[in-house]
Write a new protein. Structure first.
Length: 127
């Protein structure tokens, strides 16, 4: 009996969930060493084809870690921050809790008083 094809696959380059049917229609599926890979966009597909061993190793490491770590153990690292800055809607789709945390962090930072400005001195009349 043939195994059913999944409806989504994780893009090995960016970690985003890629809809298999949409990826196939857009030419974003790739067979490599007997395994099907799906990509969210052409840039991720191109990166994979340039160095498949790197991304396969990352995907396998992520899979093995996900079986050990709970789902909420995603860390907000520099990669997540870059993803947030480049495409927060995609980050929101894959990790809504991370997106919400980074939104709150950004809002708090925009309200912070810049270093070196003394509110008391700024409010005092000039001598």
């Amino acid at each position: 009996m043939q195994e059913a094809r999944p409806s989504t696959l994780i893009d090995p380059v960016c970690g985003m969930a890629a809809d298999v049917a949409k990826a196939e229609a857009a030419g974003l599926l790739l067979e490599h060493e007997g395994r099907t890979w799906a990509f969210c966009g052409r840039g991720c597909r191109r990166s994979f084809t340039e160095d498949p061993a790197e991304y396969i190793a990352r995907a396998e490491a992520a899979t093995s870690q996900s079986s050990i770590a709970p789902a909420h153990a995603v860390v907000i690292d520099d990669g997540m921050r870059r993803w947030y800055e480049s495409c927060s809607c995609c980050l929101s789709e894959a990790y809504p809790d991370i997106k919400a945390a980074l939104d709150a962090e950004k809002a708090a930072a925009s309200q912070a008083v810049p270093e070196g400005i003394c509110e008391v001195a700024e409010a005092s009349p000039a001598n």
